[in-house]
Design a protein around this ligand. Structure first.
Ligand SMILES: *Cc1c(COP(=O)(O)O)cnc(C)c1O
Length: 396
């Protein structure tokens, strides 16, 4: 089976729901990628940068205290140890290399919390691209440190004043820029979402996570894991871990979405959304009864997105993976649990996956589980401190 098919469909999901003006941009990218992806020199170059710049392979660490505590065997795939502190660099390096070979001189990106913007700005320096990052005005205000980080890395941050002044508006502006400047500009998308061929390209670049994890677990345990667990925002770290295990039917996959505050205020599109079209693909989307995209929330900025990559919608419908939610409070508990038991401070996004282990442990004692630790938590210390202060105040 070929997923996606030639038109970019994963079962019922995906596709290319774009204005005609963008079709030539997407086709150019699709054709170029098809030509280069199996090229030996391109693959060697990608592997070189993953190794020498980003720090791969990452460790597959046996979390002995956590395992003892939950009475399961738990391994952490340590994407938090990569340069820039999260898995996003894998994809940014791959796409920057693609842009370089396409002869582009400029890259553009959209960013919400600023993490993808930072990762794009980073690879722009490595390959000497001009870099413009679109970011909603509201997000610029909330994420001042990441804005400064991008500027330090020589990127221009362009404020987006339309709509809700957040991520989805930044995506729209980036697309507008791309159509106008496609001759010299590459649009570097940050997760497994958007129109074909992006979800496939990002998945392929992030698959290095799952390929390494598979080799490492076979080496250490001489068998495949019973469970794979990862948090799901746009879905790139989860798909990167899951995809190389797609055909290993005995390995169960669980994606953990951001349950936020309650059923009405969250970022759990697969759990609480319905199929629709967003940013060029058919997928699960959080929408109101008129089909308008709903406001989202998560304590983890990187999970705060109203849609999800179309391949996850396909995994959900076909039953290949299961999707669950962890709310803000549980995520903060997961953050504390891993810090206290293992001396590893996880990103709040990754803490969602960690927190789910506690629930899984009730029915999966003795099982072998690999969790994707997508990023490190230094960036989240202030937010967690605020959460703890708030609960202390409400108790007193
Ligand atoms: C951005 C981010 C995520 C969410 O993105 P996915 O594409 O769903 O992986 C998860 N964890 C960290 C640390 C992130 O920075």
């Amino acid at each position: 089976m070929l997923i996606p098919d030639k038109k970019g469909y994963f079962g019922d999901f995906g596709g290319k729901f774009m204005p005609e003006t963008l079709f030539s941009c997407l086709d150019e990218l699709g054709h170029f990628y098809a030509k280069i992806k199996n090229n030996k020199k391109f693959k060697e170059e990608f592997t070189f940068y993953l190794k020498e710049y980003a720090g791969r392979p990452t460790l597959l660490y046996f979390a002995k205290n956590l395992s003892k505590n939950l009475r399961m065997k738990i391994y952490l795939k340590r994407e938090d140890l990569l340069h820039t502190g999260a898995h996003k660099i894998n994809n940014s390096l791959g796409q920057a290399l693609l842009a370089h070979h396409m002869g582009k001189k400029r890259i553009i990106a959209e960013t919400g919390a600023g993490q993808h913007g930072v990762s794009a700005a980073t690879v722009a320096r490595l390959f000497n691209f001009q870099c413009d990052v679109y970011m909603g005005e509201e997000d610029i205000r909330r994420q001042r440190m990441n804005v400064f980080r991008m500027k330090t890395l020589g990127a221009r941050v362009i404020p987006v004043k339309s709509g809700s002044k957040t991520l989805k508006d930044a995506c729209n502006e980036a697309m507008r820029d791309w159509v106008t400047n496609v001759r010299n500009t590459y649009y570097l998308i940050g997760s497994t979402f958007g129109s074909h061929p992006y979800p496939m390209i990002v998945r392929d670049f992030q698959s290095v996570i799952g390929k390494e994890a598979k080799r490492q677990i076979l080496n250490k345990e001489k068998r495949l894991p019973d469970y794979l667990i990862a948090c799901v925002g746009g879905g790139s770290n989860a798909m990167g871990l899951f995809y190389p295990f797609y055909k290993d039917k005995r390995t169960k996959m669980i994606g953990v979405e951001a349950g936020g505050i309650n059923r009405n205020l969250n970022s759990a599109s697969l759990n609480f959304g319905k199929p629709g079209v967003l940013h060029g693909a058919k997928t699960y989307i959080l929408q109101d009864k008129f089909g308008q995209v709903k406001a989202t929330h998560s304590v983890a900025a990187g999970l705060d997105y109203p849609g999800v990559g179309p391949e996850h919608s396909f995994y959900k419908e076909s039953g290949r993976a299961k999707y669950v939610t962890i709310n803000d409070k549980e995520a903060v508990e997961g953050f504390k649990m891993l810090s206290e038991l293992e001396g590893i401070i996880p990103a709040l996004e990754s803490a969602h996956a960690i927190a789910y282990l506690k629930k899984l442990a009730k029915k999966a004692k003795g099982s072998l589980t690999v969790v994707c630790l997508s990023g490190r938590g230094d960036k989240d210390l202030e937010i967690v401190q605020e959460c703890i202060d708030k609960t202390l105040n409400s108790k007193s």
